[in-house]
Design a protein around this ligand. Structure first.
Ligand code: LHQ
Length: 267
């Protein structure tokens, strides 16, 4: 499959997707959305891919929507009934976030530079976010009169609490990667030149782990956002029974008892 706005490489069970419009800080246009959809479809259908790594080319991770693509006309910059922006969300961003959360394999965001607007919230829709120390996270929406989208109003209060979520969303100020890690917005920040080694190492580690259990963990964490404890206990019962029926569970227990490292095959 050949792409013009992203790069996709698969090796050793890891698919690495690089957003690749560096001149525009990898902001999303229609082509990039379509290509990312195709790449995710291929990944979803390839059981050999057991972890996904998402990063950006050049000095940015992703600056959200390419704003040059959403100007209705020169005299009236507002979208008179909001239909165009609404369509873009329904066609592109909402399905993307749903797919990232539903992907039954871990996805890691390696945030190599600024992540703004939908770019920030797409990173936060990944399972594990590692950022270069120089990267920044910006809920830029309010600066242009918009509301955080791509799941931001759901994700932010859950990750950092309502006070910090309101500050981030209403002020639109950049926070650096160290602050993001201290606040619990992301997993960790690392030195810039260590980012791809760390994130790649993590992806390769995850690709050797019990893939089905990781997918079930993801599902349990997803559903915990709207479940009460009773419902979550029921879900854990259901998912644990599925996990217990996998070859990787049998291998994990056998390896533990034999005091040897497990060899998980993702089955
Ligand atoms: C850009 C962009 C960009 C185009 C940098 N577009 N060119 C969903 C549904 C429908 C519609 C609306 O939106 C959404 C979701 C959203 O994502 S809304 C939020 C959209 N994003 C933003 O508002 C962020 C806009 N960008 C910025 O504020 C800055 O570029 C940041 C803070 C990200 C980085 O600042 P700098 O490091 O100073 O870089 P820069 O501003 O010089 O940008 C470099 C180039 O990238 C520049 O182009 P040029 O030709 O002048 O070199 C920018 O125009 C271009 N670029 N973001 N979103």
């Amino acid at each position: 499959m050949s792409f013009t706005t992203i790069q996709v490489e698969t090796a050793d069970g890891v698919a690495t997707i690089t957003l690749d419009r560096p001149d525009k800080l990898n902001s999303f246009n229609e082509t990039m959305h379509a290509e990312l959809r195709n790449a995710l479809t291929a990944i979803e259908g390839d059981a050999g891919v057991r972890a996904v790594l998402l990063t950006g080319a050049g000095r940015g991770f992703c600056a959200g929507q390419d704003l040059a693509d959403v100007l209705p006309d020169e005299d009236n910059l507002a979208d008179s009934d909001g239909a165009e922006l609404g369509d873009i969300l329904e066609r592109n961003y909402n399905p993307l976030v749903r797919r990232l959360r539903a992907l039954n394999r871990p996805i890691i965001a390696a945030v190599n530079g600024v992540a703004a607007g939908a770019g920030a919230n797409i990173a936060l829709a990944c399972d594990i976010v590692i950022a270069a120390r120089s990267a920044k996270f910006i809920q830029a929406f309010c600066k242009i009169g918009l509301v955080p989208d791509s799941g931001g109003t759901h994700t932010l209060p859950r990750l950092v609490g309502p006070a910090r979520a309101a500050g981030l969303a209403m002020l639109g100020e950049a926070i650096d990667a160290d602050t993001a890690a201290q606040w619990g917005l992301i997993w960790k920040s690392v030195d810039d030149d260590a980012l791809m080694t760390e994130a790649g190492g993590l992806a390769h580690h995850l690709a050797t782990q019990p893939t089905r259990a990781l997918g079930l963990i993801k599902r349990a964490l997803n559903e915990s956002a709207s479940n009460d404890l009773d419902a979550q206990l029921d879900l854990e019962y259901e998912l644990q029974r599925i996990a217990a029926s996998t070859d990787d569970y049998a291998e994990g227990v056998a390896a533990f008892l034999a005091k040897r490292p497990p060899v998980f095959r993702g089955r």
